[in-house]
Design a protein around this ligand. Structure first.
Ligand code: GDP
Ligand code: MG
Length: 163
């Protein structure tokens, strides 16, 4: 069995962009506006010889706002339950949000390896903007750029350590 990595985080942080980067496909739809990924949630990933399955989250059929938030929470729980490791994606350019705190609070209870990926960090290595994400209690934020591929390989290597 290949190890399974779940990508979780609030809308628009770059989960689907990371999914595409990890799977080498464009299966996950990268939205120009917050939150839309449809249908394709599972992909085969391969990074420096490691093979794994990656789950994108955030695909939902929007009926109402309340429905969207419930559906997001459900997808997140399902993906986490199916995974061996979780990559929690935050947006270093947008900064910390209340939703990040809510997700972090949940992830601290799941008893799985959770990596904190500070995305959109191209050209921002060791930037002061990373510091506030320590507050989430998920550990050291790892600067990545899903769009440019920076930091992605070492993030996956950390996620898959011991698998
Ligand atoms: P999701 O809702 O979390 O799946 O986010 P998406 O992958 O759909 O991306 C949301 C927006 O952020 C899109 O406009 C992406 O092009 C942009 N984005 C994703 N990753 C990066 C990145 O590494 N750097 C920058 N600057 N923008 C990014
Ligand atoms: Mg998405």
């Amino acid at each position: 069995m290949k190890p399974v990595i779940a990508l979780v985080g609030r809308p628009n942080v770059g989960k689907s962009t990371l999914f595409n980067r990890l799977t080498g496909t464009r299966d996950a739809i990268v939205a120009d506006y917050a939150g839309l990924t449809r249908d394709r949630h599972y992909g085969d990933g391969k990074v420096s010889g490691h093979e794994f399955i990656v789950i994108d989250t955030g695909g939902f059929e929007p009926d109402s706002d309340a429905g969207i938030f419930q559906e997001m929470a459900k997808q997140t729980r399902q993906a986490v339950a199916e995974s061996d490791a979780v990559i929690f994606v935050v947006d270093v350019r947008a900064g910390l949000s209340a939703q990040d705190h809510d997700i972090a609070r949940y992830l601290r209870t799941v008893g799985k390896r959770v990596l904190l990926a500070a995305n959109k960090a191209e050209g921002m290595k060791d930037a002061p903007q990373l510091a506030e994400f320590h507050e989430l209690g998920i550990g050291e934020p790892i600067a990545i750029s899903s769009a440019h591929g920076q930091g992605v390989r070492s993030l996956v290597e950390l996620a898959l350590q011991d698998f």
